[in-house]
Design a protein around this ligand. Structure first.
Ligand code: FRU
Length: 487
């Protein structure tokens, strides 16, 4: 068996047998993007082109069957970013510049074409990695043409072969991209590239931030502007935990500063990196700007972590897309308003937590709570039960003594990534008034706290018993509404 394949090499019997394995998985998601088989990771090429939203993601179809690891792009399209249509394989690994993967990259609508910029990964006879930065154009009929020679061959002096994931933007007729890089001293950074025609690229230099020694590699950088601010979003690897932050194996977060341009690459002198998501599973996020909106897509997973669906020949899903807003130097993340078309109210009640309430919920559910706690003492626990007796479950602990919200997945179902801890703190300044907007799919939970002030995305793998929500604890008033999601 060859180690690396192209999608077209996959025999149809193999696809069918893998589909059979996936079909019996109890953890299949309903309204999150996941693969039909194999490994799904980073969102790629998110853009609005020809009247539709386009989303690609990294996909390695045979990872759990043939021990074969090859990454290409899979393509989906949507009119509202809630329901996605399958558009088939997006980028194949079909040139000599990407024999070992069509790695992450981005796309913009550029006149009549979608302009794609991505990394071709190769290894030579000595297993040395040689990255290429490749341009591809897709027309409105979906025909893709890859441009040769590559825009950038290899990596610049002073850096290593970890040089990948270009994220494009266009401003005042110039093309720019940021790319993830590792300096020769094994610290991570991001370089800015520039082109006048979108084909012929040069490297301008590093984005200026005070982070000289901040992890060993920055993957999937994004640069985007909101109002008069420039934002660099990236996924650093190699940060040690600090207080309530950086507890996952790798991180994703952002720094806010000024606009950068060809003459000025210094974004900021402030050390203001903020981890973007406070849950257990979030990485390699990518931003799209379209129609005056800034939308964030992310992988709800992490490299080098094993997920229970691997037993069923697949792994990985994306988060729900979110809309970003800037409040001072902080990004606020909100669920898309388009979701309103998919909510069906099933219950609306005002309860007191001290009475101990149980509600039937389900796996395609939006739970909205407005919690009022006059006396800021004691705990209120919202538990998604994972056993018949209600003892086990995913717990959201509102701890008014510590003024924290804690997400505890230690008893959420099949354990995972326990070496990185089973609790995350989502908020440090819990007060009398709290809003929670929670989205449950079969094997994930996304929690928006106080109108998107904080968000936590996590995979959870409960048995079928997780259909009840139990609310108990100290005296607190909860206005709650439960919706079925009809996606
Ligand atoms: C991030 C990443 C990228 C790379 C891609 C390969 O998860 O490692 O840096 O381009 O995945 O699938």
């Amino acid at each position: 068996m060859k180690k690396y394949h192209q999608y077209r090499d996959i025999p149809s019997q193999l696809t069918a047998s893998l589909a059979d394995r996936v079909a019996v998985c109890p953890y299949r998601q309903s309204f999150h993007v996941e693969g039909d088989m194999g490994y799904v990771n980073d969102p790629n090429g998110v853009c609005f082109f020809d009247g539709k939203y386009h989303l690609f993601h990294q996909w390695s179809p045979l990872t759990y069957s043939e021990d074969s690891w090859f990454q290409g792009w899979y393509h989906l399209v949507s009119y509202d970013m809630i329901t996605w249509e399958d558009a088939g394989v997006g980028l194949q690994t079909d040139t000599v510049y990407e024999t070992h993967g069509a790695y992450s990259g981005s796309a913009i609508a550029d006149g009549d074409v979608m302009r794609i910029f991505y990394t071709g990964n190769t290894r030579d006879a000595n297993n040395e990695r040689i990255p290429y930065q490749l341009v591809a154009l897709m027309d409105k009929a979906g025909h893709l043409s890859k441009v040769t020679p590559p825009a950038i061959i290899g990596y610049p002096e002073g850096y290593t072969d970890h040089f990948r994931d270009p994220k494009l933007w266009k401003k005042d007729g110039h093309y720019y991209a940021v790319i993830g890089a590792q300096r020769q001293d094994k610290t991570g950074t991001s370089l800015v590239m520039h082109s006048l025609d979108g084909f012929d690229w040069s490297i301008l230099g590093e984005v200026g931030t005070p982070y000289q020694d901040f992890g060993y590699m920055w993957e999937c950088p994004n640069y985007f502007e909101m109002d008069d601010k420039g934002i660099l979003l990236f996924s650093p690897q190699g940060l040690a935990p600090e207080g309530n932050y950086y507890h996952n194996i790798y991180q994703t977060g952002y720094v806010v500063g000024n606009h950068i341009d060809k003459e000025n690459l210094r974004l900021t002198d402030q050390k203001n990196f903020v981890e973007l998501d406070r849950g257990f599973d979030f990485y390699a996020a990518q931003v799209m700007q379209a129609g005056g909106r800034t939308i964030l897509f992310s992988w709800m997973g992490l490299p080098d972590i094993n997920y229970p669906t691997e037993d069923y020949a697949y792994c990985g899903c994306l988060t729900m897309p979110r809309e970003l807003f800037l409040d001072g130097d902080k990004l606020i993340q909100k669920p898309l308003p388009e979701l309103d078309n998919y909510r069906k109210e099933i219950l609306s009640e005002n309860i007191n937590a001290s009475e101990g309430k149980v509600f039937m919920t389900g796996f395609k559910t939006n739970l909205q709570f407005s919690v009022t706690k006059a006396e800021e003492r004691g705990q209120v626990v919202i538990k998604l039960t994972a056993s018949q007796d209600g003892r086990l479950g995913t717990k959201l602990i509102l701890d008014y003594d510590r003024k924290e919200i804690i997400l505890d997945r230690s008893q959420a179902g099949v354990p995972l990534a326990e070496e990185y801890g089973s609790q995350r703190v989502l908020l440090e300044d819990l007060g009398q008034q709290l809003d929670l907007d929670i989205y449950l799919d079969r094997s994930s939970i996304e929690i928006f706290v106080n109108g998107g002030q904080e968000v936590a995305s996590s995979r959870i793998f409960p048995g079928d018993e997780q259909v009840y929500t139990v609310i108990e604890g100290a005296d607190a008033e909860l206005d709650m509404t439960i919706y079925d999601l009809t996606i």
